[in-house]
Each structure stands twice: as C-alpha cells, then as structure tokens.
Design a protein around this ligand. Structure first.
Ligand code: URP
Ligand code: ZN
Ligand code: ZN
Ligand code: ZN
Length: 532
C-alpha cells in the first residue's frame, strides 16, 4: 500500500486566510499532508494530478439547494415540483465544483406532516432512492409552532440526524409564521443549538401590492418585482432581527437580495448581534430589467427569472451588495438552486411559452382562477412558482464576476463558498478547508492564462432544467477537477463520479460564534431571564 492514493502537485492552495504553492497528499479520502514536494518513492502508487499552478480550493459547499421538493412559493401557496432530484441536482453540483449540498426537507400544515422526524425520514428516502454524486445534508423547514413536536423532536434531529438548522418563513401563505410563532420556534431552536434561517419578506406587503397590481391588470412576470420592492425585505429583516434579539437567538438571513436588507444586517452585526446573511449569484447578475428581458414585457418567457426576493432594481444596488461581499456582511454565498422546467410537464413539446396551454398541468399550479388569468396570456406572476436554477453556475459566476474581476480575493472566495458554510452549519473542519485530517474535497481550476473564455449555453449544464438565467454569459474559468473525498468526480468537462459516491453528512452546531456585546445581553433590553 502506497503512502498516498492521490497527490496534487503545483497547486496554489487557497484557504480563507492564505494562498500557498505546495503539493497535497491524499490517503483514504482525507488530506494527509501539504508539502513543498514529494519524493518519487512516496508517490509511486498514487494518482498524480498536476494543477499547473492553478488555484486549488476546498470543494464548494452549497448550503441552499432545493431538490426533490414540492415548493409552495406563490403567495397563495401555489407552487411546483422541483425538476431536479438528487441524481440530476448532485451531478450538476459536481460539474460546478461543489462537493456538498445542503437541501431542504419541508414540513407542511397537513396532519401527516406534523412530525418533523417523519418529514425527514420521507425526505431522506428520496435521496436514498437515487443516491447522490456529492455529499449531502438536510435543513428542516418548519411551518408550525407545535411546542410538543418541537420539544420532543428537535433534540432527536440534532443528535440522531445531525440536523442543526431550520428555515422559517415570513412570507408564502402556506409557510409563513406570525411573530409569536416565530418566537416559539426560535426559542426552541436556541435551546437545541439550531441555527434559524429566515426567509425575510413581509408577506402582508406582498399580498397587498399583488392585489393592487392585479386590480390594474399588471400581472406580467415583470410585476413580480414591483410586488416585492426592497422595503419588503427591509421591513422583514428588521423585524426578524428584533425578534431574534429579544430571545438572543442567532439567525441567518437566506437569499438577501437588496441593499436595504444588507444594510439592516450590517447594522445588527455592528452592535454585536449574532446575525448572519447569505446572498446568491442572481443578485449580482440580474436586475429588474431581466424580468422583462424577452421580446415583450408580457412574454411568458420572463417567468423564468421569477425568484424571491427578486433581483435588485438596478446595478447601483448590485454595487452595494458587492460591498457586502467584501466587508463581511455576507457570511455565505449559495445558489438557492430552485429548479423548474417550463416545457410541458408531461413530456409533450414545449411549444410557444406564451401559449397558456404550455402551463397547464399539476407541475405549475391549479385552479379556475389561474386558467382565467392565463387566458389573458399575460403570465400571471402571482401563480408562477418562485425560484431559478444555479447550483452548477454558482462558483463559476463568482469566479468570473468577482474574483477575476478583482472584486474579491481568492481567500474571500473560499470563505464565502466553502469555509463559512462549513463553519456556519457545523461541518468544519471535516469540510471547508484543506488541512491534514479534513475530507479531501477539492476543486481545481484551470490556470487563468490557459483557459479560453466561452459563452454558456444551457445544453452544457447537467441540471434537469430547460433553461439557465445565464444563457450566453461569458465565463473566464470553470472547475477543471472536482474531487470528493479523494475521488475525482468531474474532470475536464466529464462527470467521472458515480451516483453512490455521495454520503449523507451529519452536522454539529454552528461554529461561527460572534462575540455578543454586553449591551445586547442586558436583561433590561432583552429577555435574558427566559434562560435563568
Ligand atoms: O424564489 C425562491 N427563492 N425560491 C426558492 C424557495 C425559497 O424561498 O428559497
Ligand atoms: Zn426562501
Ligand atoms: Zn414572447
Ligand atoms: Zn430557497
């Protein structure tokens, strides 16, 4: 038996703090050593990869991915089934340099979904049914405040399933919690060292604006953005920060898309509150204009850009979001991969997308109301499921748009895409870093000067989605190798892994502990007596 199974030479190894040119030795799926060079004997039975001086980073950890989920994301609870399962979604992740995904198991308000454990077991069976190309863990979405269930099952989720994060909604009719319900769940989450992830949009504002827009006949996809101006996220972030401060619960805002939301997060961080934020590629590459980018503003094709929160109104907001990437307001950068197909759900030709018939069927939505709106051939944004794909393009977009553009350092890239997600969600240092003892999860890029920039086409991607919002965009690099626990699963444009390569990962509590200021713990200001 040789000393190493795999060695990578001529690597520019990037961590969240440093860049060092060295070689990596891998044994039994773990990083064993980082050294200047290897002797011939040491590597004689190992596979040798020459990184040719390119960046070698810890494999991407995408902490916000929807697979095998029936999403109820319309304000009225209408939604659609994700078109990616663990097979297609994880293959797409591997092809984009991601070695771990954290996906969502969701409770519903149906009686049979009362038990969080039952929800997790059923969801886990979906993953096991196909297997996965990359490692995977679960968050749990909680849509009710059943104290008995929370008290009995949260400890089991933590200890037996290694699930240390739950997502709570302030919008979507079938998911949103009232303030007191949010407090109930946050309180139980705190007792169990679970990180609460918050979808921060004011559901009442959205409903009210949607009704007003519809009364004026403004139902085209573009008006989705007008129904969710930045204030919608602004109000909800401030409210959730106040609720979390009251009971001193750490929170992570998912998919922050507005400069206003980012400012609120920053302010909370500045006074020492444990408030974290995630942002997503779409907020740096799309604006409101993209919701009317196709040949007419009412064209149904624009539906494919609908997500919540929507992209920012214009590029000036994007600039402010960039500042948040650079200055640490944003802790993590995830895809919020939410895959829907827009061709016919029953395999018939997709036809002309403006034709309402192409939207019929249970994949999208149901009800007479929908049909009458569709009859107007205007897309009816209220009824379009929210979400866009992007698990495969996440790292390459950040590389092209921020790293190669000189907006962030390679270390910041690693922090946002791997190290911080690992720390935030309790996977560090097993994952998120290239250190002796860590899993040998790696992404190796091309040397920048040898890569020929190309324009992306959806046909190059591996997801089960019939479009990408980034069609035609120029990319200046792409993962050359993706390595999962020492095994090459993606190499130079080819998937090399197998469906059963990915393993379920149990997670511990968050390891990102921010020093909390004394003022924010003052019992006259917050309810610290709750825990006495
Ligand atoms: O539009 C979005 N973000 N869809 C996915 C569901 C969610 O809220 O993350
Ligand atoms: Zn969300
Ligand atoms: Zn059209
Ligand atoms: Zn999401």
């Amino acid at each position: 038996m040789g000393m190493f199974d795999l060695v990578i030479v001529n690597a520019r190894v990037v961590s969240a703090s440093d860049i060092v040119t060295c070689c990596i030795g891998v044994k039994n799926g773990k990083i064993r050593t980082l050294v200047d060079s290897f002797g011939d004997e040491e590597i004689q039975s190992a596979r040798v990869i020459d990184a040719q001086g390119a960046y070698v980073m810890p494999g991407g950890i995408d902490a916000h991915v929807h697979l095998c989920q029936d999403l109820k994301t319309g304000p009225h609870g209408l939604g659609g089934a994700c078109s990616d399962n663990f097979e297609t979604g994880s293959k797409s992740a591997a092809a984009g340099g991601t070695t771990t995904v954290i996906t969502f198991a969701t409770q519903t308000r149906a009686e049979e979904d009362k038990s969080l454990l039952d929800v997790i077991k059923a969801y886990s069976a979906r993953a096991e049914a196909t297997g996965s190309y990359v490692d995977y863990g679960f968050h749990i979405i909680i849509v009710r405040n059943d104290k008995d269930v929370l008290q009995k099952e949260m400890p089991i989720l933590r200890k037996e399933w290694g699930i240390s994060s739950c997502k709570l909604f302030l919008t979507y009719e079938t998911q949103r919690l009232t303030d007191s319900q949010l407090l109930d769940v946050m309180y139980e989450a705190k007792q169990n060292s679970m990180t609460t992830m918050i979808h921060a949009e004011n559901g009442d504002m959205i409903q009210w604006l949607t009704d007003k827009l519809e009364s004026k006949g403004m139902v085209a996809p573009y008006y989705h953005a007008l129904s969710r101006p930045p204030l919608v996220e602004g109000e909800a972030t401030n409210r959730a920060i106040a609720l979390a401060q009251l009971i001193q619960n750490p929170i992570l805002f998912v998919h922050v898309g507005s400069a206003l939301g980012a400012k609120n997060v920053r302010r909370a961080q500045t006074i020492g509150l444990p408030v974290y934020a995630e942002t997503c590629p779409r907020y740096f590459h799309l604006t409101w204009e993209d919701l009317k980018r196709f040949h007419s503003p009412t064209c149904f094709e624009n539906s494919k850009m609908i997500c919540s929160p929507p992209p920012p109104p214009d590029t000036s907001d994007q600039e402010e979001l960039f500042v948040g990437l650079e200055n640490g307001t944003f802790t993590i950068y995830s895809s919020d991969h939410c895959p829907f197909r827009y061709d016919h759900p029953h395999g018939k030709p997709s036809g002309v997308l403006e034709d309402p018939k192409s939207m019929e069927g249970e994949q999208y939505c149901e009800g007479d109301e929908l049909r009458s709106l569709l009859a107007r051939k205007e897309g009816a944004f209220r009824l379009i499921p929210n979400g866009i794909p992007g698990v495969e393009t996440r790292l390459p977009l950040l590389y092209t748009g921020a790293l190669a553009a000189g907006r962030i350092t390679p270390q910041k890239f690693v922090e946002l895409t791997s190290t911080n997600p690992a720390k935030l969600y309790g996977l560090y240092p097993q994952k998120g870093t290239i250190m002796p003892g860590s899993d040998a999860d790696l992404v190796i890029w091309y040397p920048d000067d040898s890569f020929k920039p190309f324009n992306l086409a959806n046909s190059m991607l591996h997801h089960n989605v019939d479009y990408t919002p980034y069609e035609g965009m120029k990319f200046v690099n792409w993962p050359r190798y993706t390595i999962l626990r020492g095994k090459v699963i993606w190499m130079e444009g080819e998937v090399q892994g197998k469906l059963r390569d990915g393993q379920y990962v149990k997670r511990g509590p968050s390891q990102l502990v921010r020093g909390v200021s004394k003022t924010t713990q003052d019992p006259r200001r917050v309810a610290s007596w709750l825990y006495e």
